[in-house]
Design a protein around this ligand. Structure first.
Ligand code: SF4
Ligand code: SF4
Length: 186
């Protein structure tokens, strides 16, 4: 998801090829704007309600290879959402080259996780895999722990990096879309 106000070319430069706020890497759900519920359901998304707010589940079915395939008609949340990194670029606190490197590093961390734990590619699955690996680690004898410990460390490294650079501090880790933070882009 990405858009900014006032319009700028930064989201295009930074977000195309990233889409971590659309594909479930960063968040498990995105806010639904009032009046868009029917369209979003008709387009095949599952809605969830929490604390009287409505969300659609991520990953979004319109994300493909880091791009939004319905960009011109994307949802309201997708037009307003900015991750923490994009906000810092827009504010001039991080330059575009550095931000692109940060996105590339995050994608490298995702690949390291997915190599062993494909279910951990998305935020929701990652929480479950992380808990399962931690349990496994407790049960294993010390000499057999290394591979499991490495998988767990890969997941922790990814989550820490996403928290450090991408998640808006007001949003719970599972969602994109409050306070004008909903996930979506490109
Ligand atoms: S911008 Fe919105 S509609 Fe497009 S892929 Fe992302 S979440 Fe889906
Ligand atoms: S996570 Fe941030 S940089 Fe990546 S596509 Fe979303 S808004 Fe853009």
């Amino acid at each position: 998801m990405t858009a900014s106000s006032p319009p700028s070319s930064i989201p295009t430069h930074l977000c195309v090829g990233c889409a971590m706020c659309c594909n479930g890497t960063l968040y498990g759900r995105a806010r639904v704007a009032s009046g868009e519920e029917s369209r979003i359901v008709d387009e095949g998304h599952e809605l969830v309600t929490a604390e009287e707010k409505t969300y659609f589940r991520l990953p979004c079915r319109f994300e493909s290879c880091g791009r939004c395939t319905i960009y011109e008609t994307r949802y309201a949340v997708c037009r307003t959402f900015q991750c923490a990194l994009l906000r810092r670029v827009e504010a001039g606190e991080v330059d575009l080259d550095s931000a692109s490197s940060i996105v590339a590093k995050a994608q490298e961390l995702v690949r390291a996780v997915v190599a062993n734990d494909p279910d951990a590619a998305i935020n929701r699955g990652r929480t479950e895999v992380r808990a399962k690996l931690a349990e496994e680690l407790d049960r294993l004898p010390e000499e057999e722990r290394h591979p499991t410990a490495q998988r767990l460390l890969n997941i922790i490294a990814l989550d820490t990096y996403l928290e450090r650079w991408f998640r808006n501090k007001k949003s719970p880790p599972q969602e994109a879309g409050d306070d004008s933070d909903s996930a979506s882009n490109s």
